[in-house]
Design a protein around this ligand. Structure first.
Ligand code: HEM
Ligand SMILES: *[C@@H]1O[C@H](CO)[C@@H](O)[C@H](O)[C@H]1NC(C)=O
Ligand SMILES: *[C@@H]1O[C@H](CO)[C@@H](O)[C@H](O)[C@H]1NC(C)=O
Length: 359
C-alpha cells in the first residue's frame, strides 16, 4: 500500500518539523527574558520543554528597547484591581453577546499588527487605522472604553494604558470562549500615530502563504505562530465580502460551498458587509481545534485558512494540531504572549481616553 508509506514518511517529517519549531519558539523566548514573565513559564506544559537537546539558533542579544520591562506585576501597586475589572466587564459583555469574544481577540490582533500593540487601532480621528476600509467590521471599541472608564475611576488617572487593557481583554475573551488562560505581561504605552493606509496592509483573507509568513515574520512571529494564531478563527464570523473569491475556487468541500452560496447569495455581494458566515462551520461558538480538522476537510472559510493546509510549510502543523487539542491550547497561550509583545513601546503616554491621544 503506497499511501501507507507516504503517510509514515509524512508523519516522521511532521514530528521532526514540529520539534524544530517548538525548540525554536522556546529558545527564542529564552533570549528575551524581560519580556517573558517568570510566572508564564508555569503555564507552559513541561512536555514542550523537552525537545531542546539540539543545537540552538544563534543568540541575538536583546536591544535596549526590548530590555525595557513588561511584567505581570506591573500594576500590582498602582492598580491592584485591574485584572478583576477587565475580567468582570469582558465576562458581562460576552454573556450578553457571545460574538463579542471573537471581536475583541481580532481587535487585539489588528492593534498589534500595525505599529505594535500600542492601541493605535482605537484612535478615532479622520484618517486613523480605525477609519480604514480594512477596519470596517472591527468591533468591541465600546467595551474597551467602558473598561477604561472604570479603571480611570478605580486607579490613579492615566496609569493603565489602553494597549494593556486590550491585551488583557483578549486573554479574558479567549477564556470565555473556552480557550486557554495565560498570564499577561503589562507595561505597554499608548501610541500617538495611527494611519488608515497602514491598517489596510493587514492580511484580509485573499493573500498567499508566502505573504502571510512574511507579514508575521516582520513582526517577530514565525510559521508556527501564524498557524496557531490563525486558529483564532475557531470562533467568530466573516462577512460574505471577505470570502467572495473563496466562492469561486475548487479547493473547497462541495456541500460546504453550496451552504456558503446559500448563506451569502446576495446580488450586492461585492459591497455587502452586513451578511456574516461562521469562520468555523462545525463548532462556531467554541474555542477548540476543530478549525484545523475543518481545513483537512476543505472546509476552511477564508482562502488564507484553507491554504495553510495546501502549503508544505504549514500543512504538517495543521495536521498535528488537528489531532492534538492540548498542543493547540498550550501553544496558543505562548503565541498570544508573543503577539502581545510585538513592537511594544515602554516609553510614551498613557491615554486618558482610548479614542484620543492626550492633548
Ligand atoms: C493569518 C492572517 C489572518 C487573516 C488573513 C485574517 C483574516 C480575517 C478575516 C478576513 C476575517 C473576517 C473579517 C470580516 O469579513 O468581517 C477575520 C476574522 C477574525 N480574525 Fe482573522 N485573520 C488573520 C489572523 C488572525 C489572527 C492572528 C487573529 C488573532 C490572534 C485573528 C482573529 C480573528 C477573529 C477572532 C475573527 C472573528 C472576528 C469577529 O467575529 O468579529 N485573525 N480574520
Ligand atoms: C504572493 O503574494 C505576493 C504579494 O502579493 C506576490 O508578490 C507573490 O508573487 C505571490 N507569490 C506567489 C507564489 O503567488
Ligand atoms: C445567487 O443565486 C443565483 C440564482 O439562484 C445564482 O445564479 C447565482 O450564481 C448566485 N450567486 C452567488 C454569488 O452564488
Amino acid at each position: 500500500m503506497k499511501w501507507r508509506w507516504c503517510f509514515s514518511i509524512v508523519l516522521v517529517l511532521l514530528v521532526h518539523h514540529m520539534e524544530m519549531e517548538l525548540a525554536m519558539a522556546l529558545s527564542a523566548k529564552d533570549v528575551t527574558p524581560p519580556l517573558v514573565p517568570t510566572t508564564m513559564k508555569k503555564t507552559i506544559s513541561p512536555k514542550w520543554r523537552v525537545p531542546v537537546a539540539r543545537p540552538r539558533p544563534k543568540i541575538i542579544p536583546p536591544t535596549p528597547t526590548e530590555l525595557a520591562y513588561l511584567s505581570p506585576t506591573h500594576y500590582l501597586k498602582s492598580c491592584p484591581n485591574l485584572e478583576a475589572i477587565i475580567q468582570q466587564k469582558v465576562n458581562a459583555w460576552v454573556k450578553r453577546d457571545y460574538t463579542m469574544a471573537a471581536s475583541i481577540i481580532r481587535l487585539h490582533f489588528h492593534d498589534c499588527a500595525v505599529r505594535g500593540c500600542d492601541a493605535s487601532i482605537l484612535l478615532n480621528h479622520a484618517g486613523s487605522e480605525r477609519r480604514a476600509l480594512a477596519s470596517k467590521t472591527l468591533r468591541g471599541f465600546e467595551l474597551i472604553d467602558e473598561i477604561k472608564a472604570e479603571v480611570e475611576t478605580s486607579c490613579p488617572p492615566k496609569t493603565v494604558s489602553c494597549a494593556d487593557i486590550l491585551t488583557a481583554a483578549a486573554r479574558d475573551a479567549t477564556v470565555m470562549a473556552g480557550g486557554p488562560f495565560w498570564e499577561v505581561p503589562f507595561g505597554r504605552k499608548d501610541g500617538r500615530v495611527s494611519l488608515a493606509n497602514e491598517a489596510n496592509s493587514v492580511p484580509q483573507g485573499h493573500e498567499n502563504v508566502t505573504a502571510l509568513i512574511e507579514f508575521f515574520q516582520a513582526r517577530g512571529l514565525n510559521i508556527l505562530d501564524l498557524v496557531i494564531l490563525s486558529g483564532s478563527h475557531t470562533i467568530g464570523r466573516s462577512t460574505c465580502y471577505s470570502i467572495r473569491q473563496r466562492l469561486s475556487t475548487d479547493n473547497i468541500n462541495l456541500k460546504y460551498l453550496n451552504s456558503l452560496r446559500r448563506q451569502c447569495n446576495n446580488s450586492n455581494i461585492n459591497i455587502n458587509l452586513n451578511r456574516f458566515v461562521d469562520l468555523d462551520a462545525t463548532t462556531p461558538k467554541t474555542f477548540d481545534e476543530i478549525y484545523y480538522t475543518n481545513l483537512e476537510k476543505k472546509m476552511g472559510l477564508l482562502q488564507t485558512d484553507q491554504l495553510l493546509y495546501s502549503d508544505a510549510r504549514t500543512s504538517p502543523l495543521v495536521a498535528a494540531l488537528a489531532s492534538q487539542p492540548s498542543l493547540f491550547f498550550n501553544q496558543f497561550a505562548v503565541s498570544m504572549i508573543k503577539l502581545g509583545n510585538v513592537q511594544v513601546r515602554t516609553a510614551g503616554e498613557v491615554r486618558l481616553n482610548c479614542d484620543y491621544v492626550n492633548p
